[in-house]
Design a binder for this molecule. Structure first.
Ligand SMILES: [Zn+2]
Length: 199
């Protein structure tokens, strides 16, 4: 199964108003056990080597906050209608300032659309980093690195999502300067066009 078709099948699950959470099997199995103890209703599905759990969206915010606090790396696929309310709780003006996130310019989004073929309809907020070599790392470099790491197939799957928005808790992608190739130690945060964000 390609990553694009996995994302398509997730989109179908989310359509029914449920949220899908995906992560390493050991982490997700712990969540399933905890949920069973608490009496939370969830389904565990194993798809292409990963464990995916799906549950009512009401439980998501709690799980999301728990993951952020514990530093657990998880991906949440939430119905799009819930993305904005969740984002308002996660990305408060204080946290946006703390993460040094800025709105991306029209000039940069034009370049992303033209050179990376990634649509930029809606607001994009990202941390703007400066590499010691003098080069900047922002939305373009982030998306370029994402495509290089995960492949164009994955990117197309993300763009192709119709019902789901992706929220990644504690993503492990470290920004790497495309010019001098050094890893930038600073955390890079992003919220992309109402369907893709870290937290
Ligand atoms: Zn550099």
């Amino acid at each position: 199964m390609t990553s694009e078709s996995v994302l398509t099948s997730i989109d179908e699950v989310v359509e029914s108003g449920r949220t899908v959470i995906s992560g390493d099997s050991s982490i997700v199995m712990d969540m399933v056990e905890e949920a069973m103890q608490k009496g939370t209703t969830i389904d565990a599905v194993v798809e292409s080597g990963r464990t995916i759990i799906s549950g009512d969206s009401a439980i998501v915010m709690g799980l999301l906050q728990e993951a952020v606090q514990k530093g657990t790396i998880l991906t949440f696929y939430v119905p799009r209608s819930q993305f904005d309310p969740i984002m308002r709780q996660i990305w408060t003006p204080e946290r946006i300032k703390e993460a040094k996130m800025e709105s991306v310019s029209k000039e940069e989004t034009d370049r992303i659309e033209r050179e990376l073929e990634v649509p930029c309809e809606g607001e994009i907020l990202v941390t703007r980093l400066e590499c010691p070599c003098g080069d900047e790392y922002g939305a373009f470099e982030f998306m370029q690195q994402g495509i290089r790491t995960h492949g164009k197939d994955w990117m197309n799957g993300v763009i192709g999502l119709k019902k789901a928005a992706i929220i990644r808790a504690n993503p492990s992608n470290n920004p790497i300067c495309p010019k001098c190739k050094q890893a930038l130690a600073t955390a890079f945060c992003y919220s992309w066009c109402g369907y893709y964000s870290c937290c």
